[in-house]
Design a protein around this ligand. Structure first.
Ligand SMILES: Nc1ncnc2c1ncn2[C@@H]1O[C@H](COP(=O)(O)OP(=O)(O)OP(=O)(O)O)[C@@H](O)[C@H]1O
Length: 274
């Protein structure tokens, strides 16, 4: 994909994110394991319709935050509100409704190897919905097509798919319940640059057409430049800096500076401006 069209994706995104409707609000989050504190008084907001890129050094705690937001890790203190609901105060029924409004693509693709693509996409449907098989088949096929996979991919097993197809199948599963908010944990890792750019373009298109809000943990500078409306940098156990890519390029925070103004970043930035 040409850089100029990438830029237009980003500009569309900026327009889409210009509402101050907060979908996820994390306040003063502290998470630790034994004596080790991983996150301390971390605060972060995600606005409806934006693609937020979440970056930070390896081991900084990006996955820990994601797992905490999803309720898979305990926090020691702080408040997490999803769609305005404090998760600690939500009833089981409300928590279930919140879970259904979120989709997740875990870092390792995490498709079940013994299930076909169709069956993988149906896993959340079976968990949360009570639908006749024929309807589930139809819905799963729609998701498979939505992510740009051919219909015949539905009957294939993960071992029969390329890396890019696996990511798309995992995305189809994340979209199975028509979520409002999707979490993508390093979605382009392991893809070649063209496959990664295609995936970025798909994410931006889904955001534009479905009104999705996207929280993307990524190390991929191309993705950060191409599709992220806003970027949050995790460091020193909290969000060190957040803002647009321009804000990142202007930041004097040493880690942000070396990450966003390194040789590779400068090349991408120059290409994007050309
Ligand atoms: N269940 C756990 N028990 C103990 N320590 C943990 C646990 N989960 C994560 N950690 C520690 O928390 C820290 C942050 O890990 P995390 O996986 O969130 O990093 P990350 O920023 O996602 O890194 P990467 O970019 O390499 O994926 C690491 O030191 C890790 O060892």
């Amino acid at each position: 994909m040409a850089m100029s069209s990438k830029n237009s994706i980003r500009e569309n995104g900026e327009a889409a994110a210009r509402t101050d409707d907060i979908v996820l609000s994390a306040r003063d989050i502290t998470v630790g394991f034994g004596d080790k504190i991983v996150l301390e008084n971390l605060s972060l907001d995600i606005r409806r319709g934006e693609i937020l890129g979440f970056v930070g050094a390896s081991g900084a705690g990006k996955s820990v935050l994601l797992r905490t937001v999803l309720g898979l890790n305990q926090k020691r203190s702080g408040t997490i509100k999803l769609f305005g609901v404090d998760v600690d105060k939500a009833s089981d029924a409300d928590r279930l409704k919140l879970d259904m409004r979120m989709g997740v693509l875990f870092q390792q693709g995490a498709l079940f190897s013994a299930l076909t693509v169709l069956e993988n996409v149906q896993v959340p449907m079976r968990e949360y919905l009570d639908l006749p098989k024929r309807l589930m088949d139809e819905l799963a096929l729609l998701k498979i097509e939505l992510v740009g996979l051919p219909r015949d991919a539905a009957g294939k097993f993960p071992s029969e798919l390329s890396g890019g197809m696996i990511k798309r199948a995992a995305l189809a599963r994340a979209l199975a319940l028509d979520p409002d908010l999707v979490f993508l944990d390093e979605p382009t890792s392991g893809l070649d640059p063209i496959g990664a750019a295609d995936f970025d373009e798909l994410v931006a298109k889904l955001r534009d057409t479905m009104g999705l809000t996207v929280y993307m943990v990524t190390h991929d500078l191309d993705s950060l430049f191409a599709v992220c409306d806003r970027i949050a940098v995790l460091g020193k156990k909290r969000v060190l800096v957040e803002g647009t890519i321009q804000n990142m390029l202007e930041s004097d925070e040493p880690w942000v500076k070396s990450y966003f103004r390194g040789k590779r970043a400068r090349q991408i930035d120059m290409a994007a401006r050309a």
